[in-house]
Design a protein. Structure first.
Lengths: 142, 81
């Protein structure tokens, strides 16, 4: 069983290659991936150009590992990984990625939204949405 | 005399204009008393929503006493992911 979380100071590209090598588990039958991208939402009529992410990094690391370990236990996963970007990420770029390995697709499909939702609710990451006109607004998760 | 390491995150940095500072108090204070001191320094904090963490633990009881070199983090609602 492996859990891994890290911040990366860039957009996330080639996600699977960014995860440290783990032994191939021959019991893995399903891999589920979620990628979150910055959307060019309209705020007061202006599109979002960039989201600048900051975080309480020590606390985020502790909470993320707890989330992943609870997901592994709850859904009997094999491995679970999260990456999140810090700094300025442009619309269209990936800022958040989750990868789950499980024996069967049922556990993988159920665990993925659990992890994504818990991350969004519980992990101290903050997004400043910088608009095309240079003004900004603070992101609020739905 | 107590030294409290205070950190501000996200939207709160618009109010404080800084991410962190060290505040010295003459005597022991509860988190509630310390928070009043912060609001006196940054009045706009009063209208912001935030959670308080002491040394990486969320605080629900503001009667907890702050000790020398404690770290207090004020964090608005999270918006990662």
């Amino acid at each position: 069983m492996a859990v891994y979380f890290d911040f990366i100071n860039s957009p996330i590209q080639n996600f699977e290659q960014l995860i440290p090598d783990t032994d191939l588990d021959l019991q893995t039958g399903a891999v589920a991936i979620f990628k979150g991208q910055v959307r060019n939402d309209l705020i007061n009529g202006e599109p979002v150009k960039i989201i600048e992410f900051t975080a309480n990094e020590p606390l985020a690391r502790t909470i993320c590992v707890d989330i992943l370990e609870s997901a592994i236990k709850k859904y009997k996963l094999i491995n679970a990984y999260i990456l999140h970007s810090l700094g300025k990420i442009y619309a269209g770029e990936t800022c958040f990625a989750v990868l789950i390995e499980a024996s069967h697709r049922k556990e993988a499909f159920e665990a993925l939204p659990y992890i994504v939702d818990k991350f969004k609710a519980d992990v101290p990451v903050f997004g400043k949405e910088i608009l095309e006109n240079g003004t900004y607004a603070w992101k609020e998760n739905q | 005399m107590n030294v409290i390491h205070t950190k501000y995150f996200g939207k709160l940095t618009d109010v404080t204009k800084i991410c962190d500072e060290t505040i010295t108090t003459d005597k022991d204070s509860t988190i509630s008393e310390f928070e009043k001191l912060l609001i006196k320094k940054y009045p706009l904090l009063r209208s912001e929503k935030y959670a308080i963490f002491k040394n990486l633990t969320k605080i629900d009881d503001k009667n907890v006493i702050l000790k020398n070199n404690d770290e207090l983090s004020l964090m608005p609602p999270f918006s990662g992911g």
